[in-house]
Design a protein around this ligand. Structure first.
Ligand code: NOJ
Length: 745
């Protein structure tokens, strides 16, 4: 029987395996036919002139350039018919090499999912993977081969608008999410239909831009780079990511695009990455204003030598690379290596054999109104919502949320109540029928109330204006209700690329609106829509309950209403620390203790503290409440003295002591008490998201081995050191049970 299965397997798989094996050989034969100009063409990517995601450089007659084999890839071209049209032109070129179409499919294509930071708050790796999978299915049906996602930059500074595109501040969680997203986008592997090549970006350390200002410089030790900023990239590479994108920032004085350390030594050397590196938009050209390249030609030379394979929108390679090779300034072997990497991917995606396989108008149509995808988007949207507060509005009473669907009048106030497109967030596609497709939160709430007359609404003000003329109406409307649901936030275009903010308070006059509402003395549910952690201490104090809703995508309305009324018990946990005020930034949970650690709020003398602020954040990493309560017992371990080859088994009883069923994200942290390089006070090393019925106790288990204890020493040796460790398990990074153990050599 076994032999029979083997024979069948071989018959079915051999042709595909044989073909796969022949890709490098096929690429070599093709390379042998190519002129230097045709080779460079494969490394030249331009944006569609119809849509831009960066500063435009005039393109001239790009269709003619495609015909001449001078353009190998395009971005921002979508739609089966448009991509087909251009692919037909590419097939008129001498060597008939098809174009690769790339696009920023960051959190969905036709169906918009929560912004990636919001999705990360779900701590649900399966649904995160599923969201990427659905995005890949929809986008590939529109002719797209390649997404510039996932963004895996560590974000410790919420002033940086691009934190919305990542998975937050933690390298361990960030790595798991990076893997999940790569798996989701690439599906069963390049070549299987509905797979998108993924692109881990921005390599590297872009998230550490000075002052949180986009595109700014980064200066950090290689130790910190390797320990905090590189792990999600390494995880993506290990998960088989097809491409990486380099970053705009300089790192210790060397622009990442021109960094041989990053691209040649670490990525293609130590990690043996076989895919290709695309520059960021114009980042080769930008080495001139950096003051690192004297001319565009110089920039082209530096970039190719450093390992940037494909030039997005700099026109540096197309203008100078062939002559640089001719002059002997760039070895032909490096040009060939870059072209080989790109062509291998063209083979692996299957477009060399079937250039039109992604642009099928019938499949595109089919994917355009897929209810199953929308339902999935709703489910992850509701899992991404974080409950930050849930007190009673009267002393001794029960928690304000969830709301009842009858018996009380609800006034929904604020600029986001009837918003539609705002929920799509930055990096989303505006479809002409969006306004018909997207249900507002206000409408979703109204639908769930048994009496429509219990619903009241006033906008109050815009998201970012100075006009208070709507306040009187808001006060009049709210006065008639029993409960005020106040929905405030930032504009969708306030977080994302080039959207750094120095002031993270609610923009415009929204805080004033919140004060007016609070003055009415009614219970307030505060909801906040944003792409990043905002600062909202004042309105938070006046609210009995707070829901952080990020930007949740196409199905935001229903997802939020389901949580408000308790159909869904919220389970999101913050993937970033929320500061009390901008002055605390950067603030993160895995800090070093210092020699003079903070003691308490009143004793600020000669300790590492601000004299005018507590050290603690507004909400810690990993924080999020539920409509039920969880009690953590004591940690039990199989041994208090594990050895080098041993496994530490950790168990902790967790009980749902409340009346509702729900998920809890049980988090495991460690602290290496004394080491040759100072270690963080906590490091996330595991989590489990588990469902608990009311009254149910589960023994939650984790395992650690010395693999989990490794760190980079000052001399960059990757080591672990025996000694005392604190094991911590809890509901968030601030609220843990702990146990000391000693790890023996
Ligand atoms: C610049 C952004 O930094 C990058 O993330 C994006 O993929 C490209 N533009 C293309 O839109």
């Amino acid at each position: 029987m076994k032999i029979f299965h083997c024979v069948i397997f071989l018959i079915l798989c051999l042709p595909a395996m044989a073909q796969k094996k022949s890709y490098p050989a096929r690429v070599d034969s093709l390379l042998a036919l190519m002129t230097p100009e045709e080779k460079v063409g494969q490394l030249h990517q331009i944006s569609s002139p119809f849509a831009a995601t960066g500063p435009i450089t005039p393109t001239g007659n790009f269709q003619q350039q495609i015909r001449e084999g001078k353009i190998g890839s395009m971005l921002n071209v979508t739609g089966a018919s448009r991509t087909r049209q251009l692919q037909e032109i590419a097939l008129q070129s001498r060597l008939k090499i098809p174009l690769l179409f790339g696009q920023d499919v960051i959190h969905g294509y036709r169906t918009t999912f929560p912004v990636p930071l919001g999705e990360a708050a779900s701590w649900n790796l399966q649904t995160i993977e599923q969201a990427a999978r659905i995005a890949a299915v929809e986008a590939s049906a529109s002719g797209i081969h390649w997404t510039f996602a996932p963004m895996v930059d560590i974000g410790r500074d919420p002033r940086w608008g691009r934190v919305m595109e990542g998975a937050g501040e933690d390298p361990w969680l960030g790595s798991k999410i990076a893997e999940a997203r790569v798996r989701g986008f690439q599906g069963k592997g390049l070549g299987s239909i509905a797979s998108l090549m993924a692109c881990a970006k921005h390599f590297a350390a872009y998230g550490a831009a000075l002052g949180g200002r986009d595109y700014n410089s980064v200066d950090m030790s290689e130790r910190q780079l390797r320990e905090l900023y590189l792990p999600p990239f390494k995880a993506a590479v290990d998960a088989g990511v097809a491409t990486l994108m380099n970053s705009f920032n300089d790192l210790n004085g060397i622009p990442a695009t021109g960094s041989a350390l990053l691209q040649r030594k670490i990525l293609k050397g130590e990690w043996d990455f076989k895919g290709f590196v695309v520059s960021d938009w114009g980042s080769i050209r930008e080495m001139q204003p950096h003051g690192f390249a004297a001319s565009l030609e110089d920039a082209a030379r530096i970039a190719i030598l450093a390992g940037s394979d494909l030039d997005m929108e700099s026109r540096a390679y197309t203008q100078h690379l062939a002559s640089l090779v001719q002059q002997g300034k760039v070895p032909i072997s490096l040009l060939d290596d870059a072209v080989r990497r790109v062509l291998i991917k063209k083979y692996e995606t299957g477009i060399m054999d079937d250039p039109f396989r992604y642009c099928d108008i019938a499949t595109e149509k089919q994917q355009f109104n897929n209810e199953v995808n929308l339902d999935a988007a709703q489910s992850i949207a509701s899992e991404s919502i974080v409950l930050l507060k849930n007190n009673s509005s009267v002393s001794g009473g029960s928690a304000l949320l969830p709301l009842a669907t009858s018996g009380q009048k609800i006034a929904m106030i604020g600029p986001l109540v009837m918003a539609k497109k705002e929920h799509l967030g930055f990096w989303s596609f505006d479809w002409p029928d969006d306004s018909a497709r997207i249900k507002t939160v206000g409408d979703a709430v109204k639908q769930r109330l048994s009496e429509a007359s219990d619903f009241f609404y006033a906008r109050g003000c815009g998201l970012n204006d100075t006009d208070t003329s709507g306040f009187a109406e808001a006060v009049r409307v709210a006065s008639q209700a029993d409960i005020i649901v106040l929905y405030l936030g930032e504009e969708r275009a306030m977080s994302g690329e080039a959207k750094s903010r120095s002031n993270l308070h609610l923009p415009g006059v929204q805080e004033v609106l919140a004060e007016r509402m609070a003055a009415l003395g009614k219970p307030i549910v505060l909801m906040l829509g944003a792409g990043r952690p905002l600062v909202f201490e004042k309105p938070a104090k006046k609210a009995s309950a707070i829901l952080y809703t990020w930007w949740l995508g196409t199905r935001a309305g229903d997802a939020i209403a389901d949580v408000l009324f308790g159909k869904i018990n919220p389970s999101g946990k913050l993937p970033m620390t929320f500061p009390r005020t901008e002055g605390q930034i950067p603030i993160f949970y895995n800090y070093l203790n210092t020699g003079r650690p903070f003691k308490n709020e009143t004793d600020h003398n000669y300790v590492s503290a601000y004299i005018d602020l507590p050290n603690s954040p507004a909400y810690p990493f990993g924080f999020g409440l539920s409509y039920t309560q969880f009690k953590y017992g004591a940690i039990a371990v199989n041994t208090e003295r594990p050895t080098e080859t041993g496994t530490l088994q950790i168990a902790i009883p967790v009980t749902n002591t409340g009346k509702k069923a729900g998920y809890e994200v049980v988090q495991l942290y460690i602290r290496d008490k004394v080491a040759s390089t100072v270690r963080p006070v906590k490091e996330l090393k595991g989590f489990k998201k588990l469902w608990f019925e009311p009254g149910q106790t589960k023994e939650v288990t984790f395992q650690l081995t010395t693999k989990d204890l490794y760190f980079y020493a000052n001399d960059l040796a990757y080591i672990w050191e025996p000694g005392e460790f604190v094991i911590m398990v809890g509901t968030d990074s601030d609220n843990v049970s702990s146990k000391k153990i000693t790890w023996l050599k």
